[in-house]
Design a protein around this ligand. Structure first.
Ligand SMILES: Nc1ncnc2c1ncn2[C@@H]1O[C@H](COP(=O)(O)OP(=O)(O)OP(=O)(O)O)[C@@H](O)[C@H]1O
Length: 738
């Protein structure tokens, strides 16, 4: 990499007023941007042509040509891919270094036709100083400049002087902080990348070592999700073969959340990561919106369910034949219930997978029948091979085997647990009476209504316990067969291409990810950790979460145990984020008041932005709730340009959604307190917060989440105002009639 200085223009005789300096500096940056975009246009044309030509060379097929093709196709394909990505804000930073070099930082690296470095990719080591340098530790940077642009036009610049002693004469400083400007912008439906304003503590977590387990903690709005996504992009950049080849899986709490974050990686030019919600990890299962009560989902998430499921998976099949009676060669062959049970148990030693040892069960039946055949058949007894062959073709016998040891699906086994007596048998010693009844009741709805999110981890566990029926093996495709007759494993371009191909061709139940990012990790249950662990046996991990926002009401020791088992003995790298970039200070004060009541010692992040607008707490009579909620939602839509989130207790969601139906569908979303996890809106309207508080023993933490979703406006509407922190009571607006 050459670090030649690029064209810098400091004209001493120019206008020295603030506006004059700003205009001059913006013109300097505009000239650079023009150069970059012109170069980009050429590169785009060249890339398309080079790729076509490169594959033309490949068809010639000799070794020298392949090497040449390698270079051409690699650069061309990579370029075309990145050049086609979104380029708004392509160049967003500039570093003036002590050694007089000037580096521009942007979404991708761009060189001039003479290999001069016009832009450094933000993920490259040379760009790290843009995020990490401070006046206390300038890292060789004299001035850091943020460049804002719209399309291809520079719209603003903002400077930090990092090394005043070494600043050259005539170095101008302009602008206000770009971070605060970016925080005050309007929220759209999707999350946006923060590549231009990543802060130092965030950058350290993003660039944490690729191997091992990176753990990022921090309160609401500290950028944990943003860090997790930028880290995925960083890993894909730093070792594309490994991470794009075997895949990066990003897991979030809900489909609403996954939709919210889905645009961030593509905006960074990365589309190789797989995004899934916790309920969407099994390709064959789609959970419904049915939600388990918090206490029940803690039972379903508990490791105790392993015992229950294991017993269910190994138990007898409901409705299976209790005896076998077979007329064969004029004799009666008969196995009673005890003999059938013996054959089943002998085929299922501990750890055996039922679908995989089906053949052993069948063999046991043949053996038991053969033992009694001499007595039943006398002189008509054939040789054993003939006996087995004839039985295998005997229709009644085949029907019996199918009914006695069917191929089982996880859904079928779980639905057996709708029978309360079976749950009692399978749960002996691990489930209370109340838990037994609640589980059976919930599984009764499984076949009719569909599984809940917590059921998915149970189905996945059963899938692992039951195993796959044996299937003929498919011929394995050679990932490095790049074209018919052209096969090689040694060139970078091929690996690159194979990696991209691999991500497209990954099977639905793919499990061998190179890296797994888990967001909102505080809400992952022990059974869900096991489900994640099965998908990353050889993976490195990024775990992002905030224990204070957890809705888990079960045994914390179980969570720790399951999580440690999933992550394995890999090295841990821990980071803590301390600034809340989302909430205005006024809004976060309400959330802080709620969490302080249950966790007075908890370190809380600092909200850096103040809007001067106090949250609005409206107290109404029960009969007025619907009308006031609709009126307040309408008011918020008028006050902010962006999104409004209406947040309710789980059981009220549909009712409240009905109250605000008809208001802006693009800008307003009604979500439950649990769906609100990780989300962000310009304004939020909390309906009856006391009900969220009372939903479960984790109610205060869930209310803390709900109260910390808004960037600009927070309104609460309560019939029961007892939840209000004391310092907020004076702000409440009593309202008895409309
Ligand atoms: N360095 C930054 N520059 C600009 N915006 C930022 C920065 N860091 C975070 N943000 C913004 O702050 C908001 C909160 O970030 P994010 O959702 O990642 O926080 P979080 O820690 O995951 O929050 P929570 O735990 O509450 O879900 C987002 O809008 C994000 O874009």
């Amino acid at each position: 990499m050459t670090d030649e200085p690029v064209d810098v223009d400091h004209r001493a005789d120019a206008d020295s007023s603030a506006d004059g300096v700003l205009a001059r500096e913006m013109a300097v940056e505009q000239r650079h941007l023009d150069r970059v975009y012109a170069r980009l246009a050429t590169l785009r044309i060249e890339a398309a042509a080079a790729e076509r030509a490169g594959y033309g060379i490949a068809r010639v097929g000799n070794f020298g040509a392949l090497v040449e093709r390698d270079a051409m196709v690699f650069h061309a394909a990579q370029r075309r891919h990145t050049l086609d990505a979104e380029h708004e804000g392509l160049v967003f930073g500039r570093l003036d270094r002590l050694d007089k070099q000037v580096h521009y930082v942007g979404r991708l690296g761009v060189r001039s036709e003479t290999s001069e470095l016009l832009v450094i990719d933000w993920r490259a080591p040379a760009a790290a100083a843009f995020y990490q340098a401070t006046p206390a530790d300038p890292q060789g940077v004299v001035r850091r400049r943020m460049i804002q642009s719209s399309g291809e036009t520079v719209t603003g610049i903002a400077d930090d002087l990092l090394d005043a002693t070494n600043a050259p004469d005539g170095m101008d400083l302009v602008g206000d902080g770009a971070l605060l400007a970016s925080l005050s912008r309007t929220t759209t439906r999707g999350m946006r990348d923060i590549v231009a304003t990543i802060q130092r503590e965030q950058d350290e977590a993003i660039r944490s070592p690729a191997s091992g387990v990176t753990i990022v903690a921090g309160g609401p709005g500290t950028g944990k999700t943003a860090v997790a996504l930028h880290r995925a992009a960083y890993l894909l950049y730093s070792d594309r073969n490994r991470f794009a080849g075997s895949g990066v899986l990003v897991v979030g709490p809900s489909p609403v959340f996954v939709e919210y974050i889905s645009a961030v990686l593509p905006s960074l030019g990365e589309d190789a990561a797989t995004l899934r919600s916790l309920g969407g990890l099994m390709a064959s299962v789609r959970p419904t919106r049915r939600v388990d009560p918090v206490a029940l989902s803690s039972v379903k998430g508990s490791l105790r369910m392993r015992t229950v499921l294991d017993r269910a998976a190994r138990g007898s099949v409901p409705g299976a034949p209790r005896e076998l009676r077979l007329l064969y060669r004029g004799g009666l062959l008969r196995l009673d219930h005890d003999e059938l049970e013996k054959a089943r148990r002998a085929a299922l030693p501990k750890g055996a997978r039922r679908n995989e040892v089906r053949r052993v069960g069948f063999d046991n039946i043949f053996a038991a029948l053969w033992r009694q055949a001499p007595a039943a058949l006398g002189g008509r007894l054939p040789k054993r091979a003939v006996f087995e062959e004839e039985l295998s073709e005997h229709a009644t016998f085949r029907d019996f085997l199918r009914a006695w040891w069917p191929r089982l699906t996880p859904l079928r086994v779980l639905s057996w647990l709708s029978d309360v007596e079976r749950v009692r048998r399978c749960g002996r010693g691990v489930l209370s009476d109340a838990e037994t009844k609640a589980l059976a009741g919930s599984f009764a709805e499984l076949l009719e209504v569909g599984p809940t999110v917590a059921d998915v981890a149970l189905l996945d566990e059963l899938d692992a316990m039951l195993g796959q029926p044996r299937r003929p093996r498919k011929v394995k495709r050679d990932a490095f067969q790049i074209a018919p007759g052209v096969s090689e494993v040694s060139t970078f371009a091929d690996r690159q291409r194979a990696a991209r191909e691999a991500s497209r061709q990954r099977p639905d139940d793919y499990r061998d990810y190179a890296h797994i990012v888990v967001d909102e990790a505080q809400d992952v249950s022990p059974m869900q950790w096991r489900m994640l662990g099965r998908r990353g046996k050889h993976a490195s991990w990024t775990i992002v979460g905030d224990p204070a926002q957890s809705a888990w009401t079960g045994d914390q020791a179980e969570v720790d145990q399951a999580r440690e088992a999933a992550l394995g003995a890999k090295r841990r790298n821990a980071y803590t984020l301390s600034t809340n970039y989302r909430n205005s200070a006024e809004i976060f004060a309400v959330a802080a008041g709620v969490i302080r009541r249950v966790a007075p010692e908890l370190p809380l992040p600092v909200a850096v932005r103040s809007t001067g607008v106090a949250p609005r707490h409206v107290v109404v009579a029960a009969g007025e709730l619907a009308a006031v909620v609709a009126a307040e939602a309408r008011a918020l839509l008028g006050e902010v340009d962006g999104t409004v989130g209406v947040i309710t207790a789980v059981e009220r969601r549909d009712e409240v959604a009905g109250w605000v139906a008809g208001l802006s569908a693009e800008r307003l979303q009604t979500v439950t307190s649990l769906e609100a996890k990780g989300m962000e809106y310009d304004a939020t309207l909390l309906v009856e917060p006391a009900q969220i508080l009372g939903e479960a023993s984790s109610g205060a933490r869930t209310l803390y989440v709900a109260l910390s979703r808004a960037t600009q406006r927070l309104t609460t509407v309560s019939v029961d105002a007892s939840w209000l922190p004391e310092d907020q009571v004076s702000l409440q607006h009593m309202r008895n009639s409309l």
